[in-house]
Every structure is written in C-alpha cells, then in structure tokens.
Design a binder for this molecule. Structure first.
Ligand code: 3PG
Length: 473
C-alpha cells in the first residue's frame, strides 16, 4: 500500500472492483500515472498484484489518495449507483479544491447526476456523469464512453479517455456528449436499446425452437450465419456462442438448464419511464422491459400453460429463415430508431445539445450494442444532423421497405402459432402506426370531449372546440 502522498498521479479511481481495476490498468497501459482508493484491503491487493507491470499502488486512506493527485485532481468513481455515490462525494468534497473534477462512471440515474452536477458546480467542482459500456473486458481493453458535464473540464480528460477507449477505423469511441447529465442519459438509452436487442434475440430463438422445432445446433448455425452478414453485432456474436457451450454438470447444453426468469438492474426500466415522461414512444424497448417482468411470473405462466395449452408449430416454407433475418433486421432497426428518437427529444427538453452522429459513431465499437447497423445510423445523422427520426433517412427507408414482407410473414406466423413475440410485434405495430397519415385518434378526442368536455381541435379551422354530444344524438 502507498504511503507516499506526493502529488504525482494524473488520475485517481475510487472503487477498485473489477471494472475500476481494469480501467486503471488500461490507463496505465496507455502511459498514464494512475492510482486508486478502496477501503477493502483485498481489492487493494488485487490491484497491486494485477498492476505489478506498472508498479501500481493504491490507498486505503482517502486523504492520502487525494493528496497524491496532481491538480486539477481528476477522480473517477466506479462504485455501485445510488447512495454510495453520494457518500463518496461527501467524503471527497472537503479534500477537493475549485477546478477539480469528479467523474461518476457507474450506471447512475440521470436525475441523480443532474442534482450532483448542480451541487458540485456551486462549489466550483466539475462533475461528469460518464456512462461506460463494454463490461469488464471493455474497461480493460477499450470501452465506449459517454461523458457529459462541463465542456471546459473535458479538455483535461479528453486525451486520456481517447487513449483508453475502443477504436473504430482509428476513431476513438468516446466524445464529449453534452451538458449536465447527458452522459448518463445517453448510457441509459444505450441500455434500453440493449434490452430490446436482447429480447429480439430471445424471440428469434423462441421462433426457431418452439415455432420451427430447431435444435440448438441448428439455432447456433442460424445466429452464426446472421453474424456474418448485416446483422453482425456483439450481441449476435455472443448469442451464437451461447449455443455451443455444454453444461459441466450434465450432458446438456448450458442454455437448456438455465431458468427462464430474466433479471435486471433497472436501466431499461428507467428508459421506458423517462420516455413516458417526455412523451416519446419507444414500444420495442418497453416490450423488452415488460417481457423481463413477465418472465418472472413463472408459477402463473406454468398454471396458464396447463389451462390454455401449448403453441402450434409454424407452417414454414423454405424462405422462412430468410424472412426471420429480415424481421430481425426490421425490429432491430426499430429499437435503435426509437432510442435515437428519445435522445433527440431529450436533447431538446433537457438542453443537452446532443450530437446524434457522434453518439452513433462512439457506439460502433467497445459497447454492448455495437453493431454493423450503427454505421448506417452514423451516416444518416452525419448527412442530416437535425434528423428527427432515423426512418426519414432515404438509405434506411430503402432497407426497411425491403424487409417489410418478411417481417409481416414472421409476425403473423408467430402470432398464429400462439408464440409470445412482444418485441417483434411492438416493432411492427409501432412502424405501421408511425406511417399512418391520419390515425384514429380523432375518436379518442371525441370521447374525451364527450365524457369530460376536454375539447378538441378541428381539421378545418384553428382554435379549441367543445361539442354538446348528447344534444345531437
Ligand atoms: C449492465 O449494466 O451490466 C448491463 O448493461 C445491463 O444490466 P441488466 O441487464 O442487469 O439490467
């Protein structure tokens, strides 16, 4: 452990769990002088052992830790989101000076980040909420990072973040995201998209397994083929590998002995909650969040399965797997489009000043939702920085049009077979509604005015109107 408290380190980390240690090792590999602080002797030991090559030393004493950092002190927090972040900030605050920088790299809720940003701004301390994606491996060898906060303070950390981030065609997967809590907002939305893609993969698996009667080898081959084409992505890549792994306790494939109840840590739910708050429809993401909750109702599902019976097999023709590929492409595009649309709205409502092309650009590598398709998203927003919705882009439109026939076949076949495919269905009905020039919402307005005198607007004249509905019956 380090007792030398001369200010010699450029960056300090609070929290030496695997993510924190890996990010520090990544920074050290890139030539930065780094140290860490953790109350746990065990974590400090791991850190010093893993960092032997760079002679890394950590601190168990927070004063010595802060004293060892060069000015302006730059401290990254990688501690569990919630009250712990506040208590660490409270401990650090009296030891810091104006101009110092705290970067919260956990999955904090963006409203907590806004509050902390404002509280610290009053004290002259810069606060960044920085989402990191890529898991432990990403932190060690190149994550995608989403820092939001004071722009002038970003200059202090820019070179370091660019050095440690993942690279795509030489471009770093990090950029200044925007003002205030934008970094955590963008990371939350990234996770919302992640939930949707994961659920779509689960539904494709369900269609192949229960709709077509495929075995794990056949399913693996389909995912493998998809990953060699336009659906190439990190999630597709790990999914194809899941179907190769055997259980070491039994002869079965590991996938077949895992309980069908999905857990979550909450970022998907937050995405849906805030989308409702800002009135932005993201039903493919909502369906993914809801389906994780449905999965938890195991006993009820088993009871109702007995009452209502099994699903039927899909009467598939030779092209069905190609249609499924089209449907996956279509629904995946909807998930990204909805997430980007939410960011577009949040940028206006919360004055984040988001650069949508830059966000797509830094998601092309390092993060969990990295995918070939992000190149199309990047190009679309680069061509039109103020693009409201991805589906207004001509290139994306052409691809979506081509995938529609297969998508309709897969969704109707799945529904007719009695399969639960909420994300595929939500994507298609979202799309069909979004492309409806005149929706049936005039009826909703009529009803609201009928029972509650909530008024309506007319198509032929400006103003607010109310009708005496009963009088004209
Ligand atoms: C993470 O933060 O590890 C994932 O991106 C999302 O986690 P969850 O599926 O447990 O919510």
């Amino acid at each position: 452990m380090n007792n030398d408290n001369k200010a010699k380190y450029a960056f300090g980390m609070v929290g030496l769990g695997t993510m924190g240690r890996n990010l520090l090792l990544n920074m050290a590999d890139n030539g930065f002088a780094v140290t860490g602080y953790d109350k746990s002797e065990k974590m400090l030991q791991f850190f010093e052992e893993e960092g032997k090559k760079h002679d890394l030393k950590g601190f168990a004493d927070i004063e010595q830790f802060v004293g060892s950092l060069q000015s302006p002190r730059t401290i990254i927090l990688l501690v569990p989101a919630g009250a712990i972040v506040d208590s660490v900030i409270l401990e650090l605050q009296p030891l810091l000076a104006k101009g110092d920088i705290i970067i919260d790299s956990g999955n904090s809720h963006f409203t907590d980040t806004s509050r902390r940003y404002l509280e610290l701004k009053e004290k002259g301390i810069h606060f960044f909420g920085m989402g990191i994606s890529g898991g432990e491996e990403g932190a060690r060898f190149g994550p995608s990072m989403m820092p939001g906060g004071d722009k002038e303070a970003y200059a202090v950390v820019k070179d370091m973040l660019e050095a440690v981030s993942a690279k795509v065609n030489g471009d770093p997967c990090v950029t200044y995201i925007g003002a205030g809590a934008s970094g955590h907002f963008v990371k939350m939305t990234h996770n919302g998209i992640e939930y949707a893609i994961m659920q779509l993969l689960a539904e494709a698996y369900d269609i192949m397994k229960n709709g077509l009667g495929y075995d794990n080898n056949q399913i693996q081959q389909v995912f493998e083929k998809w990953n060699n084409g336009r659906l190439k992505s990190f999630l597709m890549e790990i999914t194809k590998d899941v179907f190769l792994v055997k259980d070491d306790k039994t002869d079965a494939f590991l996938i077949d002995v895992i309980k069908d109840e999905a857990k979550s840590k909450g970022t998907g739910k937050w995405t849906s909650q805030v989308a409702m708050d800002v009135e932005m429809p993201i039903p493919t993401i909502d369906a993914a969040v809801t389906t994780r909750n449905l999965s938890k109702l195991k006993n009820l599902r088993v009871e109702l399965n007995e009452a209502f019976g099994e699903t039927e097999k899909i009467k598939a023709d030779a092209d069905f797997i190609e249609d499924l590929e089209e449907a996956f492409y279509f629904a995946m595009a909807n998930a990204y489009a909805q997430g980007m649309h939410l960011l577009w709205k949040a940028s206006i409502d919360f004055e984040y000043g988001l650069n949508m092309a830059e966000i797509a650009k830094i998601w092309r590598g390092g993060c969990i939702i990295r995918a070939e398709f992000l190149e199309d998203i990047y190009q679309a927003y680069q061509k039109q920085p103020d693009l409201q919705h991805l589906f207004s882009d001509k290139n994306v439109q052409a691809k979506i049009k081509k995938s529609l026939k297969g998508t309709r076949n897969v969704v109707t076949s799945g529904i007719n077979a009695g399969l639960g495919i909420p994300c595929f269905t939500a994507a298609l009905t979202y799309f069909d509604t979004l492309k409806t020039g005149r929706m049936a919402s005039n009826l909703t307005q009529a009803q609201r005015d009928f029972f509650g005198a909530h008024t309506f607007e007319r198509i032929d004249s400006e103003g607010i109107f109310h009708a005496d509905w009963n009088k004209n019956l």
